[in-house]
Design a protein around this ligand. Structure first.
Ligand code: RB5
Length: 144
């Protein structure tokens, strides 16, 4: 199950992502926002993070205008590894190396064609499971 979240800036691109998920038959839960009315991106980043933390969803997709605010917020939530990706190379690498559980994108940065390719790449690429990557991911949340 994929958790979806966006703000007003990300709303138009999220509709394109939803159209792809529907066409591909992929299950998702949409945590809003549900219109282009101005709103606050942290609300939606935190809803998506909570769904992953509770195990209701295993991955998330977050979209705001730049992807920056929504990814910063997501990355402050325990257990969330959000990757801001605007190219397929990064989307593939972050799944293989970081086991990223959230993809963030900026609707004002890329177009829908590329965004959907990034979503496909992110969802289809498995974590490598390599020991060095497992070790590094474990270190992310370690206290100093
Ligand atoms: C909203 O105008 C915009 O600030 C937001 O979508 C995002 O880009 C923040 O990082």
């Amino acid at each position: 199950m994929i958790a979806l979240g966006c703000d007003h800036g990300g709303y138009p691109l999220m509709q394109e992502v939803i159209a792809y998920l529907d066409q591909a038959g992929l299950a998702y839960e949409n945590f809003g926002t549900y219109s282009t009315e101005s709103c606050d991106y942290p609300i939606f980043a935190k809803r998506v993070a909570k769904a992953i933390q509770e195990g209701k969803c295993d991955k998330g997709i977050l979209i705001c205008g730049t992807g920056i605010g929504i990814s910063i917020t997501a990355n402050k939530q325990k257990g969330i590894r959000a990757a801001l990706c605007h190219d397929c190379f990064s989307a593939k690498a972050t799944r293989e190396h970081n086991d990223a559980n959230v993809l963030a994108m900026g609707a004002r940065v890329i177009g829908p064609g590329l965004a959907v390719e990034i979503v496909k790449t992110f969802l289809q690429t498995p974590f490598s499971g390599d020991e060095r990557h497992v070790r590094r991911i474990g270190m992310i949340e370690e206290d100093e």
